[in-house]
Ligand binder design. Structure first.
Ligand SMILES: NC(=O)c1ccc[n+]([C@@H]2O[C@H](COP(=O)([O-])OP(=O)(O)OC[C@H]3O[C@@H](n4cnc5c(N)ncnc54)[C@H](OP(=O)(O)O)[C@@H]3O)[C@@H](O)[C@H]2O)c1
Length: 278
């Protein structure tokens, strides 16, 4: 049976301390790939046997450059880079502090692209490698009260699309990996959740709370991250650029098909109703 190590000797996975990143790092290690994984506090990575720990804080340009340089040097070139690290910020756009809202774009889009720039430069020079950007099915189904997240992930998906064309015909591939809901710490670390029911306008707070309840219930009932790692493994074995949807059957298979058949106005109304926003 083919193993990923046949195509990728080394990998860097950002946000490997928990959730999807940890599952992906563990899957790659099982496949015989040498893996460098990141966390803001690298001590958190000690639980993953065989992983090379790297400090990365996506709130700092210098940290991005240093993490990539350190991992690249140790690995003698990275064949696979998985941009996975990310977080959510939940709240009404106009009630959130704009600096905090903007930080999500700087962290999850701009500095993730900075890492992509370093990765693609090195991969193109060697004419081999794979860049995986973990976006979200939120690109296709934007979530209420998560405007910064939707913008960051849509930007990342659009970037991946551009890169797929730029690297076509070379030894480098780009994958836009779009998870649906997975049972991780994502909602626990979601920022602004504590302000859920505090708003000068009680009707607004109630609407936000309804949307949060749906998001939270979805995540609690979602598949475990190992499934996402298995989907990514299959995609990497294909060695082709593309968009990969991953998750429960309805979210990852049926819903993307249905939205192509339903007019946008109806789709928007159905999603708003689903999240208690109508
Ligand atoms: N879970 C889902 O349902 C779902 C759905 C669609 C997309 N996604 C995406 O999948 C990715 C992983 O999410 P998850 O669900 O696995 O969440 P998670 O369990 O909360 O893991 C998030 C990871 O990102 C890292 N991280 C967060 N902020 C960071 C920062 N400023 N700098 C560097 N690292 C940072 C965390 O590392 P440390 O805190 O240890 O530094 C952690 O390893 C995210 O991009 C998320 O948007 C998740």
């Amino acid at each position: 049976m083919r193993r990923l190590a046949d195509s990728y000797r080394t990998a860097l996975v950002t946000g490997a301390s928990t959730g999807l990143g940890r599952a992906v790092a563990e899957m790659l290690l099982e496949e015989g790939v040498r893996v460098w994984g990141t966390a803001r506090d690298p001590a958190r990575l000690a639980v993953i046997e065989g992983l090379n720990a790297v400090a990365l804080d996506l709130d700092s340009d210098a940290s991005v450059d240093a993490a990539f340089a350190a991992a690249g040097r140790d690995a003698d070139g990275l064949d696979l880079v998985v941009n996975n690290a990310g977080y959510g910020l939940f709240g009404s756009f106009d009630e959130l502090d704009f600096a905090g809202w903007r930080r999500q774009l700087d962290t999850m889009l701009v500095r993730t692209l900075r890492l992509s720039h370093l990765a693609l430069r090195s991969m193109r020079a060697r004419n081999r490698g794979a860049l995986v950007n973990v976006s979200s099915l939120a690109v296709e189904f934007p979530l209420p009260f998560m405007s910064g997240y939707n913008v960051a992930k849509s930007g990342l998906a659009a970037f991946s699309e551009s890169m797929m064309m730029e690297v076509a015909g070379t030894g480098v591939i780009v994958i836009d990996f779009r998870p649906g809901d997975y049972r991780t710490n994502f909602n626990q670390t979601m920022q602004a959740a504590s302000e859920l029911d505090s708003s000068p306008d009680p009707a607004r707070a109630a609407r936000r709370l309804r949307a949060w309840s749906v998001l939270d219930a979805n995540l609690r009932g979602a598949p475990l991250p190992a499934r996402a790692a298995a989907d990514l493994r299959r995609a990497l074995l294909r060695r082709r650029s593309g968009t990969v949807r991953s998750g429960a059957f309805f979210q990852a298979r049926l819903a993307p098909l249905l939205v192509r058949l339903i007019p946008l106005r109806l789709r928007r109304a159905a999603v708003a109703r689903y999240f208690g926003c109508s």
